[in-house]
Design a protein around this ligand. Sequence first.
Ligand code: UD1
Ligand code: MG
Length: 454
Amino acid sequence: MTTRTCLSVILAAGEGTRMKSALPKVLHPIAGLSMVGHVARAASIAHDDGDQTQISLVVGRGGPEVLQAVNPFCPSADVYEQTERLGTAHAVLAARQAIARGYDDILVVFGDTPLIEADALSRAREVLAAGADVVVMGFRTDRPTGYGRLIEQGGSLLAIREEKDASEAERKIEFCNGGLMALAGEHALELLEAVGNDNAKGEYYMTDVVEIARARGLSTIAIEVDYDNVLGINTRAELAAAERIWQDRRRREMMLSGVTLLAPESVFFSHDTEIGQDTVVEPNVFFGPGVKIAENVLIRAFSHLEGATVATGAQVGPYARLRPGTELGEKAKVGNFCEVKKAVVHPGAKINHLTYVGDAVVGANANLGAGTITCNYDGYNKHLTEIGKGAFIGSNSSLVAPVRVGDNAYVASGSVITEEVPANAVSFGRARQINKENRAPKLRALYRRTSKSG
Ligand code: UD1
Ligand code: MG
């Protein structure tokens, strides 16, 4: 564990016009978390230096929203506005005040490069700790066209040559600039301030820092990271491609941690999905944000879960929907075409077919028959349904909340329950059945006489 202090500057001032969106680009989500949130999370892990962790954001618009997205990973993050978009070096200098506070390491990362891994940032920091002053994250590709090329000599980096300035020989270099950098804090400001804009685009390029540093006798090094780490997102198609890569990474991690995925390519996780060992997930399952699944759970095909906690031995689906606030106890079951929302389902309870349970408490080992509906909403307010332990709710019953069914009570099928059912009672909330003996033939005769179709 390092004791060096670190500031991550996240550049997020790009207009993002190609996203064609009212939402600032870096707030577009991958696995339910904003791109800038992914970057902030990686940075916060790579910092690992206790209370010194600090992130500064450079934004063009949407400052408060972007700050909020980063808040869970760095409550003390601050935001700087880059009013004119004059290049990456200019953008980093928008956070001059923060850099001037004095840090050992400065990481410059991009808010639209969401697949950066903490490990890559940590490696860059280790190279700084070993004495480098500028560390550039490079990647290898057999299709380098368009990227800055990394010109190396004897293990150190001489320069970053942009495509249009590169010679024939330099263009053959397949080691490219990923854009992200780490700078020694003691030199960061002087290097960035020395960058000029005498180039084709008239922009202040952060890449110039390499040659400036060398001219001052400082040490500059490129490290290699996987291409995904520096993949920049500019369009929604690229966003979807990043989502795919992220999901593949997560599926792999899940399986390596002991979760069985029958068809991994058809299971979608959120950034915060937690699943315990020996849980089995069948094909076509979607995990929205806030899901925690314990060990030995069976999630059957075509289920959709968000904001739900599922305890050991429970079974969900096929075709189940668990909405926010669902807590399934041990060995509880929620079967096909059931929806559960904001409900505590105690251990061993069964909700197996075609049922809606919302704003409810279901007691241990209670059994809800097919088609049970908690009528929780009157158009204005939501009300609670309480079902006691061991209670049995007959099929096609409506429980009109607020209402309580006592422990071990029995509700007859087809009931509409509007009043409390005491513990151990049997409750009929339906019209009594009347049988008219031998009436069917007469009814048919009547219908035949009056029928127009003859
Ligand atoms: C950069 C590198 C290039 C590298 C490529 C990898 C420079 C000069 N070039 O080029 O060598 O191969 O990344 O993708 O760095 N930003 C601001 N304010 C600005 C300018 C940029 O906030 O004034 C932000 C952008 O939102 C983006 C990031 O900085 O997140 C990078 O800028 P971008 O314009 O994408 O740089 P590239 O031309 O891709
Ligand atoms: Mg770019």
